[in-house]
Write a protein that binds this ligand. Structure first.
Ligand SMILES: Cc1ncc(COP(=O)(O)O)c(C=O)c1O
Length: 379
């Protein structure tokens, strides 16, 4: 079969730079080795077994998922140790049991007595046991029970008295995405660690074993200085990185492994606009850099080698039109890119951009597309 080149792809297309991805994985791996913790990568960003195999500790996992469809897909590819890290609801328990029946060791999450009661009820009815983690709120950004709350111990005791194993505690310091400096991320990593270790100690003092202490987000995973008392780390977006991560100084712009290949389809010269065939359907609506020091619009525009083109960004996006312009608004005719020129756009947020596509076009050396890796969407 003849070689396929980047230039031959129909656009928009989702491009995965394999060398950058491998470098990002190695960076996370060496940080996990240094910290002495096990790694339970989150597969929600990639939703693709070919990507996940590059960073899973074994072909059977462990992994973290954000939907039960991810659990189904990875189980079908032989993964056995799966943590579903979104609080469970009763309407998903049949699905959980079907996964258990396939031999998956699936851990589920909850953060309230209300859910604990519903789970115990169903466990009795179905004569089942479930492996449960209790979600702890370490930063006030989302869900979880406070590490000091009476309810934490109440939930733990109630579950174990009713035959449900409390495997441990979990937290996700999503506030790390709002940190203003690397020092603030380091402090957030310590806050995340201290909160969940404290919660585990309280459960142990109440007589529970609580073997698992799980933390993680890409920023805190990469900048944690020490993780005493933590048993596992979860991270997902590190594999590709994106402009939000670069804006936090968690990575450099040239670490970003994911880009959207687009083509010039026209101009509004007096405005300094170049119109591309990649709008928000191709990039997603995510404007995660809008609240950062440098707003990257809908993405940074690069040449085919992935090098940023001067200071061009997508300043606007319609469904299938992207508006490329110089950040300063300058309208220099020398900046003109002819119709048909291809560019690559780095996304704000890798997860929603990747979610727009059925597959990754894997980019090797010399613009060669070495593989097409399928991915999926939905629940
Ligand atoms: C529970 C949980 N764990 C881990 C992660 C991974 O975080 P990141 O995408 O920053 O690596 C997420 C991401 O949303 C999450 O919700």
């Amino acid at each position: 079969m003849s070689k396929q080149l980047l230039e031959q792809l129909q656009t928009p297309a989702l491009i995965l730079d394999e060398a950058r991805m491998d470098r990002n994985i190695e960076r996370m791996r060496s940080q996990m080795r240094r910290l002495g913790v096990s790694f339970r990568p989150h597969v929600k960003t990639n939703k693709c077994i070919d990507v996940a195999r590059r960073f899973m500790e074994t072909p059977e996992g462990p992994i973290t998922v954000s939907t039960l469809l991810e659990a189904d897909y990875f189980a079908a590819h032989g993964v056995k140790d799966i943590l579903y890290a979104v609080c469970i609801a009763p309407n998903k328990l049949d699905h959980v049991m079907a996964l258990q029946d396939k031999g998956v060791r699936l851990s589920i999450l909850l953060d309230s007595m209300e859910t604990a009661r519903l789970l115990v009820e169903r466990a009795k009815l179905a004569q089942r046991s479930f492996d449960v983690l209790i979600e702890v709120d370490s930063d006030g950004h989302r869900s979880g029970v406070a590490p000091d709350a009476d309810e934490l111990v109440e939930i733990g005791r109630f579950l174990e008295e009713n035959g449900i194993v409390v495997k441990g505690v979990l937290t996700h310091a999503g506030s790390s995405y709002d940190c203003a400096s690397v020092e603030a991320i380091r402090a957030m990593a310590e806050q995340e660690r201290a909160a969940v270790v404290h919660a585990a100690q309280r459960l142990r003092a109440a007589g529970l074993a609580c073997p698992v202490v799980s933390v993680g987000s890409t920023p805190t995973a990469l900048f944690a200085e020490q993780l005493e008392g933590v048993t596992e780390v979860r991270a997902g977006v590190f594999v590709f990185f994106d402009l939000v991560m670069a804006g936090l100084n968690v990575c450099r712009v040239d670490d970003i492994a994911l880009s959207v290949l687009a083509t010039v389809i026209g101009h509004q010269r007096e405005k300094g606009w170049t119109i591309l065939d990649a709008g928000w359907m191709a990039m997603s609506r995510d404007r995660g850099t809008a609240k950062q020091a440098v707003d990257q619009g809908y993405g940074i525009v690069c040449d085919l080698d992935g090098r940023p083109l001067d200071d061009f960004i997508l300043v606007g996006a319609n469904q299938e039109h992207g508006i490329m312009a110089h950040r300063s608004g300058k309208t220099d005719p020398a900046l003109h890119l002819p119709v048909g020129t291809q560019v690559r756009i780095l996304p704000n947020h890798a997860c929603p951009t990747a979610a727009q596509y059925p597959s990754y076009k894997v980019l090797g050396a010399d613009h060669e597309i070495t593989a097409t890796w399928p991915r999926f969407s939905g629940w």
